[in-house]
Design a protein around this ligand. Structure first.
Ligand SMILES: Cc1cc2nc3c(=O)[nH]c(=O)nc-3n(C[C@H](O)[C@H](O)[C@H](O)COP(=O)(O)OP(=O)(O)OC[C@H]3O[C@@H](n4cnc5c(N)ncnc54)[C@H](O)[C@@H]3O)c2cc1C
Length: 428
């Protein structure tokens, strides 16, 4: 049986450990943080991500810590509705799309790894420094919290240590340094009464000016009877540091919403009542042409860091572990197994990295701004007909591997909420 080491106990490393365990391996994880805490804010877990949790035997537990996504609604900067689509099972997919707190999800995976693989399967306070390899094994150099160092040998080394991966840097020394896009995200949460259906995600504003996404990530949060709501605002900023834990303030973003009246939600009040605000810059990590060096492989953000828009970063990281474990279980030579993993994953994931730099389906909000000259519209059908929007959404969903149900038959899941409300009234 292969000896496998994983660097990093983030979602990618933990999910990979569980997938490897399902295939009969007993990997060991080395994590720099001495005491993992549930850090981060919201993640939007796509239907294929929920399927991964089901296959890991974690569906019910995942459901208990997350919120079922029911519909997604798009607005211009004044709060006028542009389009809506149903999500997950409500759109006919087999699995739900769900919203979850990143740290709470990480803790669920962490507990599961300890329970299934044993208490010594995760070594904390251990920072990966570098690796060397020969024909038979790979050696990882670690630095411990007390300043001491040690070396561990294995047959395979999986690097899942996120955006600042030291293995990525060693594997691709000539890769250009990450570049700041000029856009920063203000990421925060607010404890408040639920809005919409209780599973509604809102996309608000003209992206050239500022763009807001809002969704609930935990109902009855810590027994408060209130919902923990995640919001992200993107706007331009002069400079920023790539650090998930950098604190920010709402002062710079509040003025963008002076004229914004969304029927479902008081945006200004939500921002003013924030529990926490973090800054995170959108950094361009160029897609890599290889994730493998002999017995060493990159997965998760270490391999394919993407703008954290739309949840595919976490979901794709979790799929990595699934494919990698299958290849290691079925191909005898570990080097060939790693290559086979790369062959399946690299090209498609790199396409998602690049598509996240563009606007994806959020392009409709820019189109509205341009077509209306930044003014309010009277009839959305005159500005952006629903067939045009449906085509944009169907193309995007296919790109990220979740083809819209019913697309072949020409069915769509897009709608305008006021039409549904009007139909319901006339039917009753
Ligand atoms: C503190 C934090 C908060 C985040 N918050 C959000 C969020 O709110 N929204 C969002 O979309 N994404 C967030 N992310 C990123 C998100 O988790 C990833 O995009 C995605 O889930 C893929 O996860 P990953 O496991 O590849 O990387 P990560 O989640 O970054 O996990 C990497 C792990 O490796 C560890 N590590 C790093 N360097 C070393 C080293 N040299 N040696 C050993 N261990 C190391 C880290 O401590 C971490 O536990 C956050 C990441 C972190 C670390």
């Amino acid at each position: 049986m292969l000896d496998i080491i994983i660097i990093g106990a983030g979602p990618a490393g933990l999910a990979a450990a569980l997938r490897l365990h399902q295939q009969g391996f007993s990997p060991r994880i080395y994590e720099v943080v001495p005491d993992l805490k549930p850090l981060g804010v919201g993640l939007d877990v796509k239907v294929y991500g929920t399927q991964e949790f089901d296959e890991l035997g974690l569906l019910e537990e995942f459901r208990s810590i997350s919120v079922d996504a029911q519909e997604s609604i798009f607005y211009n900067k004044f709060g006028q509705e542009i389009y809506a689509e149903r999500c997950g099972v409500h759109a006919g997919y087999r699995y739900e799309q769900r919203f979850v707190h990143r740290g709470i999800l990480q803790m669920m995976l962490y507990r599961t790894v300890l329970a299934r693989l044993g208490a010594d399967s995760i070594v904390q306070d251990a920072r990966a420094i570098s690796y060397t390899q020969d024909a038979d094994s790979v050696t990882l150099l670690l630095e411990h919290g007390d300043g001491s160092t040690s070396e561990v040998r294995s047959d395979v080394l999986i690097a899942a240590e996120g955006i600042k991966s030291v293995v990525r840097r060693q594997m691709h020394p000539n890769q250009s340094e990450p570049v700041y896009s000029g856009i920063t995200m203000w990421r925060g949460t607010t404890l408040m009464k639920p809005f919409g259906s209780g599973g509604t995600i809102l996309h608000i504003g003209a992206p050239q000016i500022s763009s807001m996404i809002v969704y609930p990530i935990a109902n009855d949060f810590e027994g408060s009877g209130l919902t923990l709501v995640n919001w992200v605002v993107e706007a331009t900023r002069d400079e920023s540091v790539e650090d998930w834990n950098q604190l920010g303030s709402i002062d710079q973003i509040l003025p963008y919403y002076d004229d914004c009246n969304v029927e479902l939600l008081d945006v200004q009040e939500m921002l003013r009542n924030a529990r926490e605000v973090y800054l995170f810059p959108l950094i361009r990590h160029e897609p890599l042409d290889s994730w493998v060096d002999g017995r060493v492989v990159l997965i998760g953000d270490a391999a394919h860091a993407m703008y954290p828009r739309g949840g595919n970063g976490a979901c794709q990281s979790i799929v990595d572990g699934n494919v990698l474990a299958q290849k290691l279980a079925t191909i005898e030579d570990p080097k060939e197994a790693l290559k086979a993993f790369e062959d399946v994953r690299l090209e498609g994931v790199n396409r998602i990295v690049m598509s996240h730099r563009g606007e994806g389906y959020e392009v409709i909000r820019r189109m509205i701004e341009e077509r209306t000259g930044g003014e309010r519209f009277d009839d959305i059908e005159d500005v952006l007909p629903i067939e045009e929007v449906n085509a944009i959404f169907s193309k995007y969903h296919a790109l990220v591997g979740q083809e819209r149900p019913g697309r072949e038959a020409g069915e769509t899941t897009g709608f305008r909420t006021w039409e549904v409300a009007a139909n319901a009234t006339s039917a009753s």
